[in-house]
Ligand binder design. Structure first.
Ligand SMILES: NC(=O)c1ccc[n+]([C@@H]2O[C@H](COP(=O)([O-])OP(=O)(O)OC[C@H]3O[C@@H](n4cnc5c(N)ncnc54)[C@H](OP(=O)(O)O)[C@@H]3O)[C@@H](O)[C@H]2O)c1
Length: 222
């Protein structure tokens, strides 16, 4: 069994929390380093929590050897307060970490992007997601996996009315999400986290885009 070190970003979040759980319980990894703003309420012999200032990432990986990076960072424009602040979390931090981690020898980067990511999009959110995908691809990781889930399901501490509405819409019209529309079907955050960890254990395959349907089918094959 390989003994690898994982770096996790966003471990306090919905998908990142599930990712942390899968990583800690997977013998493929003997070390999980979580970069956090505030300590996570989790203790585990494999877990190293690094409390950092995300505005000053330069030395945050000094002396570390990382194999696989799991990036579950993200915010909303409403929560961040401005497009600039959103860009910082969803573009600047992931690309900075990609640059720093490849210098530590990291081979794989697993990024949660989003359905509709497109650097040419007129929609700011989709454009930033597309741009971060392209920027990280330039670092040439042996495996760069871009997960593009649809609406994420799961229990959040905070209230997100737009997400709640999307979930209701799905419940009322679930029969619609078939055929070509299946990629819009909301997906459990746990499912996304599972797929990230499973894909990371395979041989690196360069840049791969994994859409919601494919994420679901990786989970269904477990
Ligand atoms: N929500 C959806 O339906 C949806 C759909 C498709 C794709 N996505 C994407 O999927 C990814 C994961 O989404 P999620 O809903 O699981 O995330 P989430 O629950 O909102 O968690 C976000 C994570 O990012 C961290 N973060 C946010 N702002 C930060 C900042 N300024 N500095 C440092 N860390 C910060 C949070 O840390 P703190 O706990 O310290 O705040 C948290 O760990 C995101 O990239 C999102 O855009 C979401």
């Amino acid at each position: 069994m390989p003994q690898k070190a994982a770096l996790l970003l966003g471990g306090s979040g919905l998908t990142g929390g599930h990712c942390l759980e899968y990583l800690l319980n997977d013998a493929h990894y003997n070390q999980v380093v979580a970069l956090v703003r505030r300590p996570l309420p989790v203790e585990h012999p494999k877990l190293i929590q690094q409390q950092i200032d995300f505005h000053q990432l330069d030395d945050c990986l000094a002396g570390m050897q990382i194999n696989d990076v799991f990036c579950c960072l993200g915010t909303t424009i409403k929560k961040a307060g401005s497009q600039k602040a959103f860009h910082e979390v969803d573009f600047v931090y992931p690309t900075e970490i990609a640059k720093l981690s490849i210098a530590t020898g990291a081979e794989q980067f697993l990024l949660i992007s989003a359905l509709g990511a497109n650097s040419g999009s007129a929609v700011f959110y989709n454009r930033v997601k597309g741009e971060v995908e392209e920027a990280i691809a330039r670092y040439g990781f042996k495996g760069f996996y871009i997960f593009r889930p649809s609406l994420l399901l799961g229990k959040r501490r905070e209230s997100r009315p737009a997400e709640k509405f999307g979930k209701k819409l799905f419940q009322w019209f679930s029969f619609v999400f078939k055929g070509v529309l299946q990629k819009y079907k909301p997906i459990e955050s746990r499912t996304v986290a599972y797929a990230m960890v499973e894909v990371a254990k395979e041989q690196p395959l360069g840049k791969q885009i994994i859409e919601s349907r494919q994420i679901q089918s990786i989970y269904d094959q477990r």
